[in-house]
Ligand binder design. Sequence first.
Ligand SMILES: [Cu+2]
Length: 222
Amino acid sequence: MRPTFLFVATLAGPLLAGGLSGPVKLLDKEGKPRETLKDVIAILEPINAPKPALEKRPALRIRTVGKRFSPRVAWTTPGSLVSFPNQDSIIHNVFSVCCLDPFDTGQYEPGGDSPKVKFSRTGLVKLYCNVHHKMNAFLWVIETPYAQVLDGKSGLAFEELPAGTYRLKLWHPETGEKTFPVTIGSGSVHGEWTLSANLPAFEPHKNKFGKDYPPAKDEGSY
Ligand SMILES: [Cu+2]
């Protein structure tokens, strides 16, 4: 093989790829570490790095079980479908009125699935139930496949990232959003990030008609 050919082949080779990993710490209002990271989402947005092809995600199922959404924090990409299977023995009615793609599933029965909802716009969608005031969930619609909802035990861990600069966005319902610049080279980058939970654990909201919820007998049992 001639040297000139080798030189060209090197230039045309795969882009350098690296990884990003490390713990995310969550502090409470007093500055004490929370034991669980549950419901933290990590989103990595390429700034000066190749943007990966954005494919539609498989239909996402956010279950309603025990008068809660599961998962409570989730993500998908624009144009993908989401439904809310009812695995309780009571009626639910999932809706969102805010900002992005408002929708209303209407009431649907135990054991049933909701109509599938397509989210077209990027951003944070706040999901509520019109029957149960305290049910809430958060759906991030994002234009990157680099996202992870942390499981409460591990930190974040991204692999096979093309070299370049990124914005790491960390979000939790009680911390809001915090961003960090990240540079990825050919190796693995290890970091450590801290979020402060200064927001209320439950954000009051109106029902789908913009009215207060009627007092519920079992409000305290969530
Ligand atoms: Cu409900």
